[in-house]
Design a protein around this ligand. Sequence first.
Ligand SMILES: *[C@@H]1O[C@H](CO)[C@@H](O)[C@H](O)[C@H]1NC(C)=O
Ligand SMILES: *[C@@H]1O[C@H](CO)[C@@H](O)[C@H](O)[C@H]1NC(C)=O
Ligand SMILES: *[C@@H]1O[C@H](CO)[C@@H](O)[C@H](O)[C@H]1NC(C)=O
Ligand SMILES: *[C@@H]1O[C@H](CO)[C@@H](O)[C@H](O)[C@H]1NC(C)=O
Length: 361
Amino acid sequence: MAASKMILVLQLTIGLSFAFGIDCSAYTCKTPDQVWYPNQCGFNNNITNTYYVQPCQDSSLECYPDQQHSTSYQFNYTCQETYVPPVNSYPGEWCKTDDDCAPGLSLTCQNGICVGVSNGEYCSWSEQCNPGLRCTNNTCIPQLQIGESGCTWDYDCVNNAACNIISYSNPSQNTCYGFHSFKVHDEVGECYSGFHTLCQYYYCAQNSDGKSYCTDLFYTLQGPGSQCDVNGRGCYSNKDSFFTPPYSIEGECDCGLNSEGNSYCEVLPGDAPNQQWLNIFNEWVNSPELLNCNTVKRFDSNCVQTYWSSKQYNAFVYYNLQSSLYNRLVGIEDCVLNAFAENYVQARNAFNNSNVEAVAF
Ligand SMILES: *[C@@H]1O[C@H](CO)[C@@H](O)[C@H](O)[C@H]1NC(C)=O
Ligand SMILES: *[C@@H]1O[C@H](CO)[C@@H](O)[C@H](O)[C@H]1NC(C)=O
Ligand SMILES: *[C@@H]1O[C@H](CO)[C@@H](O)[C@H](O)[C@H]1NC(C)=O
Ligand SMILES: *[C@@H]1O[C@H](CO)[C@@H](O)[C@H](O)[C@H]1NC(C)=O
């Protein structure tokens, strides 16, 4: 799993399938001979496994699945009022009223910021604690600084640090280190799921000596956005020969939104389409603003929005989507982009507009 996937999960309007096997749908524009009901924006032909789409004309409407016009084998899409999810802010994040703060955590909105539980007071979850604090033994207490021991997970450490887990049973052996501060082939503690927030290049692996180490930077051997093989595989990375045997990873293969029904490899951290995202993500990690966020929400775009300029925030959201959706958007037709990837289009427009303004003033 690439760093891009871990941070933000912004959804496309439609569900997307992983390509196992592999039978991806095709996505293309409505043809003139199709007669649709009013406000219809999509239709699937279950025989050819093709989705036909037409973007909504009215910009206040978005293309959503329509239960009333669908059956178990026939899905239709209708232009509907844009759904604006409620604000769901955590301690340290913006609000206008108490209702904007995440429900069930007893947060209040004070001077435009959600306020939670203070140092030394009772808590059930770290999400309740004010910035700078974590919930341990049902009490909000200060996060551990870099170099301090006793962490059991990353959220026990200050926002720009992560926990090197040597022992789950004896936390005194675990120490907080700067995020991504372990260099290539540095030894690291528990390498859970092959991914480590302490590793400069995100991945870790166990070597033949039984110890875990941070890996080289991985990129997709066939190049970013390359097509997967017929079995939905083939998204292999370069090999890291430090390990015995040499270690590599296999990226995910995802169905795209193209008219051929092709599937493509996700971008890995070392691939070019990921660079702008990693740059701005690292900028956030190294920024003083990060420290204003709740420990669990340290990388949440809502906290970024609270403390960064709209220009920086727009870049953060856009670059995240650009890298995480890269393989889904290879070869996409404009009609499909506008109908089924509205979030991406909006993020791109916001990003472009804030850059234009920056030049103009
Ligand atoms: C889906 O849309 C097509 C074209 O408008 C229509 O003929 C069909 O009846 C719709 N299907 C359902 C289940 O409503
Ligand atoms: C495809 O749709 C038709 C109706 O348009 C239905 O009778 C048929 O069972 C569907 N086939 C599959 C494989 O879902
Ligand atoms: C939490 O409680 C456990 C068990 O009583 C104790 O070992 C640990 O030191 C406590 N942690 C903190 C940070 O006080
Ligand atoms: C946004 O800017 C990029 C890069 O300058 C450009 O390729 C793209 O067409 C622009 N998109 C829109 C919707 O203006």
